[in-house]
Design a protein around this ligand. Sequence first.
Ligand SMILES: *Cc1c(COP(=O)(O)O)cnc(C)c1O
Length: 485
Amino acid sequence: MNPPRSLPGPGEACTTDTRAVLPAVDRLLHAAELMALAGEVGIAHVKRATRDELAAQRARVGEGSPAADTATLIANITARVRVMVAPHLREVINLTGTVIHTNLGRALMSEEAVAAVAAAMRGYSTLEYDLARGERGERDALIEALLCDLTGAEAATVVNNNAAAVVISLAALAARRQVLISRGELIEIGGSFRMPDIMKTAGCKLVEVGTTNRTHAKDFTAALSAKSALIVKAHCSNYAVSGFTAAVDDTVLAGIAHAHGIAYMVDLGAGALIDLSQFGLPREPMPQEALAAGADIVTFSGDKLLGGPQAGIIVGSKAAIGRISTHPLKRALRCSKITLAALEATLRIYASAHRLPERLPTLALLARKADDIRAGCERLLPHLARFAGEAFAARIEPCASQIGSGSLPVERLPSFAIVLAPVSAKGAGRALAQFSHRLRSLEKPVIGRIHEQAVWLDLRCLRDDAELVAALGSSGATRVIGEQP
Ligand SMILES: *Cc1c(COP(=O)(O)O)cnc(C)c1O
């Protein structure tokens, strides 16, 4: 390599021809600091960061700003490289007040699940191996017995997520045939899960029954034909139909389906395995109840109220599960050993029925009492007031947390938030945007929400004061380049 030519020093670069004032990419790459950085992280990152930085500088010079000196360029390039090579899936502190937050990774898992996953990742395992017989085993056998014990089902299987569970169940039980569902349940869950589209994808013909607010048993009976294969109920996860309403309950729908010789399926969405009212939470429908009422198939998510990994759990009759497990889509949608390890550990906690809120962090956060959260707000208020500075006034306010992920949509959990409001009304919008950007730019980003001209930090999901204090202390350690509001 050529020895680096001399680079412009501080204050040397001040003409307006950008080519004259900014060094070429190759010349910069020869700087000792950047060569050392390339040795550590690879030349590709350093090249890309150098090009990006020079492009940004050319734009600045074009706008009439003075060009940066070489030391500044190298510092900026190094900062860009550090952002590039930092993991993109980063741990954040969720102060949004939504416990099962889909954008922030939904359920937090138990230590048992974490340990099971680590072991499954490090070593070989009995994923599809039957130790007793010394031959190939069934992947689902790991969790099927547990799921059957917990829900009373005859059989069970798991796929990648609940959307996949619904698709494969429809495809296996009703492809090219009619599926009856109430007009009040043609749900959209967000992220492109829309019941009519899912039916189409599975190759089923959707038959809408009843009206948006009221559907009766006789509507289903009238809609049945020789082409019908399945009656479906979808749980209203993220909305509520209230007022003058009527829906047909599971026992009646299962009876209608069975009298016609077809199956009845319930998509529960969140699906709690235990009665949550024992922890002071609103009650959510349970798979065991739908099965007891006669459902042939019940589907629910692994990472919503269950507090486990992303998975779609399918429980039901031997006949229906048999058709699903042998459907060609099953191979495409099957779960990894990582998922199965986490799910088995999570289900074992339910099976033990022992100290559940202590062992299931998601449940612990949901069950936290407002007084406990308020005490945390009082302890942390001075830290946040100091972090926000004099331009913000800090106070504590009661607020309502959400369960999230469409679980129990209308129910709110009483909670408390630290509220930071700009002292001056002038430029308040910009001040709020900048302040929440500052929180997001911390080494461990803090995510709150803006509401009524203030940043609200609901402390329900903060498990440890020290975690937030440490995060606030690391101010500016990692810049989020290119995201200035
Ligand atoms: C959440 C939900 C789904 C989708 O589940 P994923 O686990 O996100 O795939 C489907 N149906 C209902 C009723 C839901 O609430």
